[in-house]
Design a protein around this ligand. Structure first.
Ligand code: DGL
Length: 274
């Protein structure tokens, strides 16, 4: 690991900034190169083939910046294309969202009844369930998993409607089956869901432990990054998007919880044009 270089992180769009927020708070000295594929978002409603192709192009872009580590902030990519990223990254470590969240869910769940919510593509892939069952087997635990796709959570979070009645109605509808299943732990398997933590917790009840996959992954990333140079100011970072940055800038500041420096646009025409 080249300690001097930056942490590369990518997402289908804005949502990955909830993961950047966790990295800023746990690893304030690191330099971040972020790419949000805002021209092609959402990934969560697209086919596995398409998401895998996008993931490979996104990884190529980050590799141009020689990161010491690649973080796949997008749960959809983590679910259906982590191997694509790993293959391209070669010896550069790749951190996805799924493994750390599953380990944490198994650690905190007392009853072994674990819920997972994510995009359509993430839930259809069963990536979380498979990982949870594998981990459970390894540790000799008995678990039962319950999954539900919550696609409307993404636009609600982007719209800034997390405190409105509509968010509660949508959450009740989506989470009903998980409540019924009496899960004691719920994995927030999508970049946008931490924005809706309050309403999800209110609907599920205070006894249910919510796992923020980005925050848990950030803890794992901390183990990898050995800093030799301190980057302290926000403008040391680089934020790249594939659509014009206007919307990314305004929504992004809400997701990140702080002002976002100038974001640059990059365009894919057979290769990345900066
Ligand atoms: N970033 C995606 C995820 O975490 C959500 C948005 C999308 O569908 O692209 O799954």
């Amino acid at each position: 690991v080249n300690t001097d270089s930056s942490i590369g992180i990518f997402d289908s769009g804005i949502g990955g900034l909830t993961v950047v927020k966790e990295l800023f708070s746990l690893l304030p000295g690191e330099r971040i190169v972020y790419f949000g594929d805002t021209a092609r978002v959402p990934y969560g409603s697209k086919s596995v083939e398409t998401v895998r192709r996008y993931a490979s192009e996104d990884t190529e872009l980050l590799l141009l910046h020689h990161p010491k580590l690649i973080v796949v902030a997008c749960n959809t990519v983590s679910a259906v294309a982590l191997d694509v990223v790993q293959e391209l990254a070669g010896s550069i470590p790749v951190i996805g969202m799924i493994e750390p969240a599953c380990k944490e869910a198994l650690r905190v769940s007392a009853s072994g009844r674990i819920g997972i919510i994510g995009t359509d593509a993430t839930i259809a892939s069963k990536a979380y369930e498979i990982e949870l069952q594998n981990e459970a087997e390894r540790s000799g635990k008995k678990i039962e998993t319950f999954a539900n796709a919550c696609p409307l959570f993404v636009p609600l979070a982007e719209e800034g409607w997390e405190e409105k009645v509509v968010a509660e109605l949508v959450a009740r509808e989506y989470l009903f089956s998980l409540e019924e299943a009496q899960v004691d732990t719920l994995i927030l398997g999508c970049t946008h869901y931490p924005v809706l933590t309050k309403v999800i917790q209110a609907v599920m009840g205070p006894q249910v432990k919510l796992i923020n996959s980005g925050a848990i992954a950030a803890r794992e990333i901390k183990n990898y990054s050995v800093l030799s140079t301190q980057y302290s100011s926000l403008d040391k970072h680089l934020f790249l998007v594939s659509d014009i940055p206007r919307k990314f800038q305004s929504i992004g500041e809400r997701f990140l919880g702080q002002t976002l420096q100038q974001t640059k646009q990059v365009i894919y025409e057979d290769a990345w044009v900066m």
